[in-house]
Write a protein that binds this ligand. Structure first.
Ligand code: ADP
Length: 358
């Protein structure tokens, strides 16, 4: 069935779902558009603050009704009591809301680390994937979850294609690549749909992706977070039990200013900062092997020292990091003896020296 038709059938199915106060969900003005992707069906029910609990049964009924017409897709239904998302990036952890719900652990995952950055394009995803591979090389059962709704790149980095399998118990089956397990919001978001996914719906879909994947027993799950300090980061940080955060920055001042905001956000949520990685730290000319500190190398190290944050290491700018990534063969897996891959191994070792993740 075409996506549009499927969305219509879902709406029709939601006519059977009663909502508090009378009426049916299909006619309820707080129902979002129904998003259809190859692996998922998603919609949000926006309710008045305080009404989340009352809408619980409607959510369950809506999930069941949608599941019947979903043609094997996973159904993600979120209830949001937030005001309209507004689209802007939130800069601070909200202080005035009621106490956040208790943080949830993810079944069969011992430790979750969030890899974050103040802004996009600093190599956060590249670092997440190579760090996950490096931890796996050190004998840990490792997974990576791509939570970067704005630019999901883990499928490309790991050469993953197709939609994830959904098991009979409705859990996602993660992909396997280079000995690690992987899931990506990118297998659900398609092109221009990312706009519709923003805000509370994206946070809720991500939470489900995290909680409803059959991770199968991991020592560490590396979460490639969206850049910045928006709603998604805050919701995940408040709702999921994270072992800590790793911050990726380039040495430039501007990137560092943003990195500090990200660090501040995690600190306010009482999430330990496990350390900082300086990516694109220096350039090694492929022909001569000469080193050039084009961005003023060392900025992140100095900044980490000033903020009392562990410094995990430097990753050089190297054509092979980009080229191998584009080919779906990250350097730690494909060129393990190279200095680039060694940089990631050292970062993993520094992390493991502090936290055993077992
Ligand atoms: P982010 O997740 O922060 O947006 P990415 O990991 O997607 O950043 O990296 C952005 C671009 O920079 C990609 O094309 C990637 O291949 C490239 N890149 C990242 N780190 C390096 C590096 N150390 N050397 C060369 N290219 C890099």
């Amino acid at each position: 069935m075409a996506n549009q038709e499927l969305a219509q059938s879902v709406k029709a199915a939601l006519k059977s779902v009663e909502i508090p106060g009378g009426g049916n969900l299909a006619d309820y003005p707080g129902l979002s558009e129904v998003i259809v992707t190859p692996s998922a069906l998603a919609f949000a029910i926006s309710v008045e603050p305080g009404m989340e609990g009352a809408f619980g049964p409607a959510r369950v009924a809506a999930t069941e009704a949608a599941q019947r017409v979903a043609e094997g897709r996973k159904v993600l239904v979120s209830i949001t009591a937030d005001r309209a998302p507004g689209g802007g990036q939130q800069q601070a952890v909200p202080q005035t809301r009621q106490a956040p719900p208790a943080k949830q652990a993810v079944k069969t995952v011992r430790n979750i680390i969030a890899v974050a950055s103040g802004k996009g394009g600093v190599g956060k995803s590249t670092c997440s994937v190579n760090l996950a591979l490096a931890l796996a090389k050190r004998g840990l059962k490792t997974g990576v979850l791509d939570a970067d709704i704005y630019g999901p790149s883990v499928p490309r980095l790991l050469g993953i294609e197709g939609r994830p399998a959904i098991r009979e118990d409705e859990m996602f089956e993660p992909y396997e690549a280079f000995g690690i397990r992987a899931m990506s919001i990118g297998t659900m978001v398609q092109g221009d749909q990312s706009v519709a996914w923003r805000g509370p719906m994206a946070s809720s879909a991500l939470r489900q992706l995290l909680l409803e994947t059959n991770w199968g027993g991991l020592d560490v799950l590396v979460v490639d977070m969206p850049p910045g300090t928006g709603d998604i980061q805050i919701t995940l940080g408040q709702q999921i039990d994270l072992a800590g955060a790793v911050i990726v920055s380039t040495p430039q001042d501007l990137s560092l200013i943003d990195a500090r905001k990200a660090i501040d956000m995690f600190k306010r949520m009482n999430i330990p900062i496990l350390g900082m990685i300086e990516n694109m730290s220096y350039f090694i000319a492929p022909d001569t092997g000469n080193r050039y500190d084009i961005f003023g190398h060392g900025g992140a190290r100095d900044d980490a020292a000033r903020g009392g944050i562990p410094f995990l290491g430097e990753v050089p700018i190297h054509g092979s990091i980009r080229e191998q990534s584009d080919r779906g063969e990250p350097v730690v897996a494909s060129m393990p003896g190279s200095p680039e891959a060694q940089a990631f191994m050292e970062i993993a070792d520094r992390l493991l020296a502090k936290t055993r993740f077992s």
